[in-house]
Design a protein around this ligand. Structure first.
Ligand code: TXA
Ligand code: MG
Length: 319
């Protein structure tokens, strides 16, 4: 496995070729780092599952560089979904649509729907468009972490998480820290109205405004298998406790306006909700690196991104 920093166009071409040859390429997106494989290559996709230790019936998101590639993967696309795609792609939003013939069971976990996304990170977009030039149709990419663990937001975190499981020809593209820091908003567009399966940077309010339709937050009622919907997920080794005052020696994450209780180990002081999201996962990793047993997090209030942060924290704190 090789980590490529300061990705040049030649590096991107090399990575696109690696994907075409069936190797894995971890790459930055604006949300979190993804672990990519050619979405039409069953063997390559199989390696994603083994490297992550992910159960094989959990569907993957297919990434491509332009909205024009949507028709390859999805059929019967509702008008409101096209409005969302036009408004928010490239960007931190995944649409779940009725799948085409191209979307095989090894991508969809045997479901009749497919998750698709056009990410906005320049390295991701460059990789996906080079892959397209080579005849590639899409790149399947879950977050580049072991199943159930915290998503990585930097290349070094990917190497820490998965380095040992990578093969010699696999690559990690280093595109700096993921700016948003939590995974894309997932919207089920297989029904008459949009259903948010996983909240993220693209909020319900933004979805309603762009689609002109009232949408639902349907986190735990959907029948589709969505690993982010498990009650326990995104978990560090340290026990995460919400909205409690830490004892001396325990980790503490809260907005900068909240003072550190005596003896607690301050792990982060974000000044905004956006900064909270962008540092949250590395803070959880930091707690593990420091060998802390417990981290107390004071959750940010409000809707939009704060709601997505609380969704992830609830799962990190479960069990
Ligand atoms: O921001 C993101 O979405 C990142 C970056 C790399 O794009 N990817 C990501 O992938 O978070 P993953 O596999 O870690 O989480 C995707 C979630 C999973 O919970 C999966 O079950 C769900 O999306 N999903 C994928 N296809 C689906 C489908 N057809 N129906 C319902 N849920 C689906
Ligand atoms: Mg994930």
């Amino acid at each position: 496995m090789e980590i490529i920093s300061n990705c040049t166009q030649d590096d991107i071409k090399k990575a696109a070729k690696a994907l075409k040859h069936g190797h894995l390429v971890a790459f930055p997106t604006e949300t979190v780092y993804g672990l990519g494989a050619d979405a039409t290559n069953e063997q390559a996709v199989g390696r994603i599952y083994s490297v992550k230790s992910r159960p094989s019936d959990h569907p993957l998101i297919v990434h491509f560089s332009s909205i024009h590639q949507l028709d390859n993967w999805a059929i019967d696309i509702p008008e409101y979904a096209m409005k969302l795609a036009t408004q928010f792609w490239p960007g931190p939003m995944t649409l779940v649509l009725k799948r085409s013939e191209l979307a095989k069971n090894f991508i969809t976990g045997n479901q009749d729907s497919i998750g698709v996304r056009v990410p906005s990170h320049p390295v991701a977009l460059a990789l996906l468009s080079e892959f397209k030039k080579l005849g590639g149709l899409g790149v399947a990419a879950p977050s580049a972490n072991r199943f159930g663990a915290v998503s990585p937001t930097s290349a070094s975190e990917v190497a820490e998480e998965l380095g040992k499981a990578f093969a010699v020809n696999d690559l990690i593209l280093d595109g700096g820290r993921s700016v948003i820091g939590i995974e894309s908003t997932i919207i089920d567009c297989t029904k008459k109205t949009p259903n948010v399966l996983r909240p993220g940077f693209i909020s319900i309010e933004m979805i309603e405004e762009a689609s002109g339709i009232k949408s639902n937050l349907n986190l735990n009622t959907s029948k589709v298998r969505s690993s982010g919907q498990f009650s326990s997920h995104y978990s560090p080794l340290a026990r995460v406790v919400l909205d409690q005052t830490p004892e001396a020696g325990e980790g503490f994450l809260a907005m900068a306006t909240i003072e550190t209780p005596v003896g607690a180990i301050r792990l982060g002081s974000p000044c905004s909700t956006a900064e909270f999201a962008s540092i949250m996962y590395s803070v959880l990793r930091l707690a593990d690196q420091q060998g802390l047993k417990k981290i107390c997090v004071i959750q940010p209030l409000g809707s939009g991104l704060a709601l997505a942060i609380r969704d992830r924290l609830k799962k990190a704190a479960f069990g």
